[in-house]
Design a protein around this ligand. Structure first.
Ligand SMILES: [Zn+2]
Ligand SMILES: [Zn+2]
Length: 126
């Protein structure tokens, strides 16, 4: 499988037995359906996002890409809480592509949110 942005090969990495494909060139991340959500829940999973944020940013606005799995045009998406996180989703296989640094960003934010939720729950119990 080749990267839809820089055409380099993907390598398969795994974190807690969840396999993810990472581009050997731009270090973008490819998640099969639901794997992103599974990984977001696991502590330390941001370590798979080893890319340089600036490199990821240079590819961020490249949005007309094709799914590396089914070659269909991918849909540009924006994270509902963090508008600067722009990723692409395939409407066929529901795989998602994240530029380097974006998963880390998303993860940090979701940890903060969970913490806020936890505080909220605590507050209602006091
Ligand atoms: Zn790439
Ligand atoms: Zn696809």
């Amino acid at each position: 499988m080749n990267c839809p942005k820089c055409s380099a090969e993907f390598e398969t990495i795994s974190f807690n037995d969840i396999e993810v494909d990472r581009c050997t060139g731009c270090k973008g991340l490819w998640f099969d359906v639901l794997k992103k959500d599974d990984l977001l829940k696991i502590k330390g999973s941001e370590s798979i996002d080893i890319g340089v944020k600036q490199v990821g940013e240079s590819y961020r606005d490249m949005r007309k890409i094709q799914c590396p799995k089914c070659s269909r045009p991918m849909l540009p998406m924006v994270d509902k809480d963090q508008f600067h996180i722009k990723y692409e989703t395939c409407v066929d296989c529901f795989g998602t592509f994240f530029d380097a640094g974006e998963f880390r960003d998303l993860k940090e934010r979701s940890v903060l949110e969970r913490f806020a939720q936890m505080l909220g729950t605590l507050r209602t119990h006091i």
